[in-house]
Design a protein around this ligand. Structure first.
Ligand code: NAD
Length: 177
């Protein structure tokens, strides 16, 4: 029997507890999930501090910690391209075949719907606090960012000196104004 695969694409800067809940919800609906790491080419910027490789480690450790069966997911970095009109084809080229696209991002939904994919909007979990923006803001302000991300992800951020990196990036940007 053919596997039903769904895809979730996000910058995951960094992966947080909202992404984790969506991943678990999607796995109730499909056999396998493709987790696409969007904007893979970006790193060392205030909005995109972590490399694609670092994000792979953060995600894979979080999935192991959550006891999610590793045969059920693929983690695939994908670079942005200049042409929105062919982005869905570009994504198709670098991933296993999939039939359902999960996204809350209106451009992502539009581009895949135009290519004939079934698009589903996953529920938003505590969006006020569970967002990459909020995690990065709390890191900058020495707030409790750890409660927003899986423990394994927090450990990776500490291991790679992610807190210092985010603070340094913000200092540089202010001095360059
Ligand atoms: P994101 O990390 O903000 O979100 C990823 C997904 O997780 C979203 O669908 C969102 O609905 C979901 N999510 C986030 N917080 C949640 C919460 N609290 N509860 C439940 N769900 C939550 O990433 P994004 O901005 O949607 O990523 C899209 C990626 O696609 C970007 O990297 C973008 O550059 C890329 N893209 C590229 C092109 C191109 O190259 N031409 C075109 C379109 C999109």
């Amino acid at each position: 029997m053919n596997k039903i695969r769904g895809i979730l694409i996000g910058r995951m800067q960094p992966i947080h507890n909202g992404h984790m809940q969506v991943i678990k919800k999607i796995l109730e609906e499909v056999d396998e999930i493709i987790i696409g790491i969007g904007s893979a080419q970006l790193s060392h910027e205030a909005k995109d501090p972590f490399t694609a490789g670092e994000r792979i480690v953060m995600i894979s450790h979080a999935l192991v910690e959550a006891d999610i069966d590793p045969s059920k997911y693929y983690i695939i970095p994908m670079q942005d391209i200049n042409y929105n009109a062919i982005w869905a084809s570009h994504v198709k080229m670098v991933t296993p075949p999939f039939s359902i696209v999960y996204s809350g991002n209106s451009l992502v939904k539009q581009l895949f719907a135009e290519e004939g994919f079934e698009v589903r909007q996953p529920p938003l979990y505590d969006r006020l606090h569970l967002s990459g923006t909020e995690v990065r803001k709390r890191i900058l302000e020495d707030g409790n960012w750890q409660e927003l991300v899986p423990k394994a992800t927090a450990n990776v951020i500490k291991e790679i000196n992610g807190v210092e990196r985010i603070k340094n990036l913000s200092v540089k940007e202010i001095s360059e104004i």
